[in-house]
Design a protein around this ligand. Structure first.
Ligand code: IVH
Length: 705
């Protein structure tokens, strides 16, 4: 986990202090009402810490409205009073600060906290949902903590908050309303479709959507409960029972009533007996953050037992029995300077955002992905826009949305290319992803470098610059040309002596013997990366069978659906002359160990389908990993040390298993080497079996080498 700074803004005098308070109050008001303040979270925290530091030195000059003293957010006229104050949380930013907090809690209650509950800090906004005899009657925002806005009009649009509880009880459920990444994208699409301005991030979108009345459209949000309390009308015995329950029990109770909690997510709330255990769980949740379908900005740690909570008590702003362990900010606002259009090895023309450099969680971000032209239009992005950029873990940075209210009017539309930016040919815009009409011949160097790469044909000595040389000399115009290169042609090139020439020719000759899966992958058919190429090759066993397959037959390969199948079939047909030349050059076109499927319509095929092996013979193959889905993570050691990730995946499939790159409930085994991070954590959370590289090597020993 990255170390977070607890730096504070430096405030030099009373005037700067007053300004800082004003800025922070404005930002905070915007935050709680769904606006965008222009301050990202990290800058806000920096400012508030600066304010706190100055106030510590000048206690007599503390302004009444300071964000350090009150419950954040401001009350609005007509608010509904909360029966119990909706408090905020104090923050810690490091393991040391957390340990110090746990120690101060122990001092306050006279003993170590009996148990902690640890749950993600969901990045949305707090809401109180009142249920009257089991029916949802009222939704109230937190407001200033003592009273909040009635947003009952949103009832019915918040998933996870049922209209009716499992039992006719009168209770208040508290929790966070947010938008998942998918809900956010949908919301912005709908909103801009109605001529509105996009929301900058999911949190803003949830806040704005929740408060909006009389919209022509509704967009769904998600609720996660983190509190359950009695209301004045609650039956006395239920009220007494709830009051005595540990937080973890309350969460079970809420879930049993039908309220959504974090229990069903990859980061369920859990309990820990010691501060060390809490820190281990914090690290696990932090490692899973990048993969979650919703935003979290920290981990909330609570004394679990009601008795410990009561003994600790609460301050005016926050309880003393709970703390937010903040994680580094993963969002920053920066400018969109330019959009580059890059042509990939298959001729796909992909836009990429060039950003004013911005630091997020310790690395400087200068580029972000943009998927395709439609994606740009949908997000209403313009050059010069301030954009909210998201980056967590090792995910590729992405733009969440423009910060529309920071527009000056000087923003310019993003120009889409009219001809291929690489070769000047026309562009096929019939699909979402645009493609050069020249296809893979457009960026021949990229296509050939990929084909010669380690995980494809593995032609040693044929790196990028050598490929450029061959293409520029006119010796190679497609993949098949590689195999007809002569000694004299190569010797005629600059920097090619006898030894390099002979080595390169030998490397090319040995590339002819690679398995079909690698040859197929080297062809660069769209939608057939490394693992898909292996699946196709193992399913069909020979290039002839692949070429004979129609879309229906292609769909029998695990992971190929109705959309992909026809395009793969069509592209292979286009490649027929090239494949014929490869065959003529002596390139291998079979997959070792695989057998072709029975011809369509035969008895044998029907039996295979009946037996549930729709994924083809590769799934039914024996071997120690038959029926298993295996994920490899971390550095391999021992007998597996020299294997690339691709070779590990090949090994898994040779041994009858299925390789995958992400851990889910469907994963059977995770091979975790040194330095394994989030995937190991996820496996542990899901209870998936883990194996060290050595243990795995023993399991597949017969298939090694
Ligand atoms: S408990 C009295 N648990 O974080 C305890 N809050 O920064 C109050 N939040 O106002 C809150 N996830 O909106 C709690 N698992 C969680 C939370 C959580 C997110 C929010 C909540 C709160 C804010 C404080």
């Amino acid at each position: 986990m990255a170390v977070m700074t607890t730096a504070a803004a430096v405030i030099v005098d009373g005037a700067a202090y007053a300004q800082a308070v004003e800025d922070a109050v404005k930002a905070s008001a915007a935050y709680y009402t769904g606006g965008t303040s222009g301050l990202d979270d990290e800058t806000y925290d920096l400012l508030v810490r600066g304010i706190a530091a100055w106030e510590a030195e000048h206690p007599e000059q503390v302004l009444p409205g300071s964000p350090t003293g009150k419950v954040a957010g401001g009350a609005v006229e007509g608010d509904v009073p909360h029966t119990v104050a909706m408090l905020s949380l104090d923050n810690v930013f490091s393991a040391e600060e957390f340990t110090a907090w746990a120690a101060s809690l122990a001092r306050r209650i006279g003993h170590e906290a009996e148990r902690f509950s640890v749950e993600p800090k969901l990045d949305g906004l707090a809401i109180a949902a009142r249920y009257d005899r089991g029916r949802l009657t009222r939704l109230i925002t937190r407001g200033d903590g003592t009273a909040g806005e009635d947003v009952s009009h949103a009832i019915g649009t918040v998933e996870g908050l049922p209209d009716e509880l499992g039992e006719p009880v009168t209770v208040e459920v508290r929790g966070e309303v947010l938008m998942t990444t998918a809900q956010f994208e949908h919301a912005n699409e709908v909103r801009t479709g109605h001529g509105g301005q996009p929301f900058a991030n999911p949190r803003n979108a949830a806040a704005g959507t929740l408060r909006a009345k009389d919209r022509a459209y509704t967009v769904p949000m998600t609720f996660f409960g983190y509190g359950l309390l009695p209301l004045p009308d609650t039956e006395a015995d239920l009220a007494a029972r709830l009051g005595g329950l540990a937080h973890s029990d309350l969460m079970r109770e809420a879930a049993a009533l039908g309220v959504n909690t974090t229990a069903g997510t990859a980061v369920p709330g859990s309990t820990a007996d010691t501060a060390e255990q809490v820190l281990a769980r914090v690290a696990e949740i932090a490692a899973l953050r990048a993969e979650l379908p919703f935003g979290i900005d920290g981990i909330v740690v609570k004394a679990d037992l009601a008795a410990d909570q009561q003994a600790a008590g609460s301050g005016t702003r926050a309880p003393r029995w709970a703390i937010a362990y903040k994680l580094p900010a993963v969002e920053k606002i920066t400018r969109l300077l330019e959009v580059e259009w890059n042509v990939g090895r298959t001729g796909i023309i992909a836009p990429r955002a060039v950003l004013a450099p911005v630091e997020i969680d310790g690395s400087t971000i200068t580029y972000a992905t943009l998927h395709n032209p439609a994606d740009i239009t949908r997000r209403d992005l313009r050059l010069g826009d301030h954009v909210m950029v998201y980056r967590a873990g090792d995910v590729i940075p992405r733009i969440e949305a423009p910060v529309a209210h920071l527009r000056t009017g000087d923003e310019r539309p993003i120009a889409f290319p009219e001809v291929c930016p690489h070769c000047g040919s026309g562009i096929d815009t019939s699909e979402q992803r645009w493609r050069c009409e020249n296809g893979r011949n457009c960026h021949l160097v990229a296509a050939l470098s990929y084909a010669a790469g380690r995980d494809q044909l593995d032609v040693e000595g044929l790196g990028h610059s050598r490929v450029v040389q061959l293409v520029e000399a006119g010796l190679v115009a497609d993949l098949a040309d590689l195999f007809s290169l002569t000694r004299d042609q190569l010797l005629g090139l600059e920097r090619m002596g006898e030894t390099s020439t002979d080595n390169l020719l030998a490397a090319i000759a040995s590339a002819k013997g690679r398995p079909l899966s690698r040859v197929l992958c080297a062809l660069g058919v769209r939608g057939t990366g490394r693992s898909m190429s292996r699946r196709i090759a193992r399913h069909f066993a020979t290039m002839d069978t692949i070429r004979a397959a129609d879309a229906e037959a292609m769909q029998r390969v695990d992971g190929i659906g109705t959309e992909k199948a026809p395009s793969i079939v069509a592209e292979l047909a286009e490649l027929a002359p090239l494949i014929d030349r490869l065959v003529a050059a002596g390139v291998n076109m079979t997959e070792p160990g695989a057998t072709p499927p029975p011809p369509a319509g035969s008895d044998a095929e029907e039996q295979a389908v009946d037996a549930g092996s729709a994924a083809g013979p590769e799934a039914a193959a024996g071997g120690p990993l038959a029926g298993m889905t295996v994920v490899v993570t971390g550095a391999m050691t021992g007998a597996l040390e020299a294997l690339s990730r691709n070779q590990m995946n090949e090994l898994i499939e040779r041994a009858g298993g299925r390789s995958s790159s992400s851990v889910s409930k469907k994963t059977t085994l995770v091979v975790a080497g040194e330095g394994a991070g989030s995937k190991r954590a996820k496996a542990e959370t899901l209870g998936v079996r883990l194996a060290a590289p050595e243990e795995f090597a023993a399991l597949v020993a017969d298939f090694l080498g």
